[in-house]
Write a protein that binds this ligand. Structure first.
Ligand SMILES: [Zn+2]
Length: 318
């Protein structure tokens, strides 16, 4: 009797304990082990020009450092995931073409050419004691989107992005070539969301003229600076398409470079004997706005919804 009772008790204990052993963590859905490598990204190899050398890397190795180099670490997880997918799409797109700036490598780490990338030493310096926590956020953004990218017409897209926009993103045709998925869309960020959202840059007439003349030596400016700017033409996103200054039509993108402005979303006034540019947002304005993506994520949008908004007509695959 004793043996039977003991056996029954053991069976009961096992029966009670079994669900605890078999139940997956996370209340019903099996979470992937934290150490599991991103399989698709680990199998994707490309070449990178960095510090004057061409290196072969995998997407799993390289992409976390791109997300870290391009987006603040404390952005919402869905915004970081959107950034990982956008950067992965961009790299996959570059892998299919020869880049005239560096034909020997698929991508480089120059943010003005391809995408920024931060290595461990740089991140340890800028993140300090937060390194482990922030790096884990980058790894999660990449691992949780393993292999996912955006395509248009069956090809990975050139997923351009920028820091912040002034209400609307820019149409790619205003900056480079027109692409059907890089068109002007609304963007929700405001001065409350973005540090230095509105900036001003002031030049006296002499400096204004000398900067202008370095690019346009034959520009004809009269004696009254108040009359130098004759006309301003805005594009569909509200940015400066061109300004007529001293009889010359100068594209907004060139004015941005000449006068070191953070974007082409600016107003120019001549008051108090000086030219003042009031500039909103930061970057070329094309594709995903990073601050806009973060606001969308704060309001509950998923990374797929963020990407569908900023890259209309594209498909998320992988
Ligand atoms: Zn490059």
């Amino acid at each position: 009797m004793k043996t039977i009772a003991a056996a029954a008790l053991i069976c009961l204990i096992i029966a009670l304990a079994l669900p605890l052993v078999l139940a997956p963590s996370g209340g019903g859905e099996a979470a992937p082990a934290a150490t599991e490598p991103p399989a698709a990204d680990a199998a994707t190899e490309f070449t990178v020009l960095t510090d004057g050398e061409v290196r072969t890397v995998t997407m799993a190795d390289w992409l976390p450092g791109v997300v870290a180099g391009e987006m603040p670490a404390l952005f919402e997880p869905e915004a970081l995931m959107a950034q990982a997918i956008a950067a992965r799409s961009f790299i996959l797109s570059r892998m299919r073409t020869i880049n005239a700036s560096h034909p020997e490598a698929d991508v480089c780490d120059d943010p003005n050419c391809c995408k920024a990338h931060s290595d461990e030493a740089e991140l340890r310096e800028s993140w300090g004691d937060d390194y482990d926590e922030y790096w884990a956020r980058m790894l999660s953004a990449v691992r949780d989107t393993d292999g996912q990218y955006l395509e248009y017409g069956g090809e990975p897209i050139l997923a351009a992005f920028h820091s912040s926009s002034a209400g609307m993103t820019e149409d790619s045709g205003e900056v480079w070539n027109s692409l059907p998925y890089l068109v002007s869309v609304t963007s929700p960020e405001t001065a409350g969301d973005v540090p230095d959202y509105v900036t001003t840059v002031t030049y006296g007439p002499a400096e204004f003229e000398s900067l202008l003349r370095a690019a346009y030596p034959y520009i004809s400016l009269g004696s009254d600076p108040a009359l130098w700017v004759e006309d301003t033409e805005l594009d569909g996103s509200g940015r400066v398409a061109s300004m007529r200054i001293g009889g010359q039509d100068i594209p907004g993108t060139e004015l941005r470079t000449i006068f070191s402005l953070r974007s082409t979303a600016f107003e120019l006034e001549y008051t108090g004997g000086a030219f003042t540019f009031t500039v909103t947002g930061y970057g070329h304005g094309v594709g995903m706005s990073q601050y806009g993506a973060n606001v969308m994520a704060e309001l509950g949008s998923s990374c797929a919804e963020i990407l569908a908004h900023y890259y209309p007509g594209t498909e998320l695959v992988g």
